[in-house]
Design a protein around this ligand. Sequence first.
Ligand SMILES: [Zn+2]
Length: 489
Amino acid sequence: MTRRLVGIQVGAVSFVDEGISAVLDNVAAAAVNTLFLATPTWNRATGGRAEPGGAAPGHGVAEYDADWVGGHAATMHPEYYGGTMLGAVGRAPEHPDFDMLGEVIPAAQARGMQSYVLMDESSHARALRSYPNFLKCLEVDIWNKPARRPCFSNPDYRNWHLSIIEDMIKSYELDGLMWSSERISPFDRLIQGPTRQGLGLITCYCAHCKARGAERGLDWRRAQEGYRKLVTWNAEIARGEIPNDGAFVSFWRLLMTYPELLGWQALWIDGQHQMYRDIFGTVRAFRPEMQVGWNITQNIVCSPFYRAGQTFADLSHIADFLKISTYSGAAGPRFHTWVAGIARTLFGDAEPALVYPLMLKMLGIEEGSYDLLPQTGFSSDSVRREVRRSLLGSEGRCVIYAGIDVDIPVGAAEAAGRLEPPPGDNALINADATAGADLVRTTPERVKADILAAFEGGAAGVVLGEKYAQMRLENLAGAGAAMAALGSN
Ligand SMILES: [Zn+2]
């Protein structure tokens, strides 16, 4: 049989802090055969050292890099950046001379390991705003002013990503590429939780999106009007001012009055997926042997609404693999938070404890008590179920990799001593203050059980996440134990 892929997400700082061969020794001991090298990234989930308050990993440099910026950790070639006013991607200022792709790929090859690149869109990152002309690529919000994030349909922004990709695939012997965009659509944002901080993200009405809407016969003014009303609806329910007919009935009435709400939702998601298509075609045209796939954010496990927008039967035409962020441990606090959020918006007529069992049924999930979810996490069987569902959904056109949780930080950002909240404000935070103490922690046994469950579900591989820098070696050993039990690799 073909070799099972055992991947690990790893950022440049780990190679700089620990040395390339030490990192490769550590991951090889955990049966890893594929590196997912995070570059470029401006997102702490994939770059930088372990966060304070989380599990001390016992390797690397113990000092927290509070001023971490991120960027590209490879040599940039300016000739590939035509057609984008954003210009060339900038080197990460933390280690300006370290070419991770140039130095790690040959070392990995010498050990029989594959190297994939993990590109993290990082659209929220402050550092990106310093790029010349970045502010001209922003989405436009429901008040017709530039919003907080760049627009997928903006040609300069699209070409910028394609330029970085052309640069990397022509300059390095990569075996694969995984692109990650964990952005949640404006519609999902408004129905799944209070979104006071997210108002600059209710988009997009730029000239490109208006034209795309017109192609579909959608009236952008009607869409805008509907979204403004949905924002008011969201704010009122979050304040506890439930409309006379209830939260859900008033929502459904808005949908009937403004069917453009759903039309514009589909348009936004399609803009994100057009990036997938562009990237897939670009890589195929030059390096047809390279594997291309997408990181699917954990919202796929939590939200029936997000899930409905990610049709694997369609995505499987433009992917060699889908990496599903099943992350069983973190799923507990995250789903707990998600249910609490939607019980303050779309399902504001009910308490979280009532919403929870309905969501389990809608999502095909079987887990324990809502109150204990932050402490118990999801079962390892959740990984098997999600892999199985994804495999059936993609109809055999691509393979499924399961994201395995190894020491992903959970808990409210402040409590964990983190300096910044995770991106996406109301979208998916790791847990809110209501989650209580003694939150779920990774153990070697959980890592092993999750991996065995993934392969039982039909996964072609697993990817240990979110980043090596925060993984404890004893927990990483759970991966080696799982692969030994399977007797392969
Ligand atoms: Zn736009």
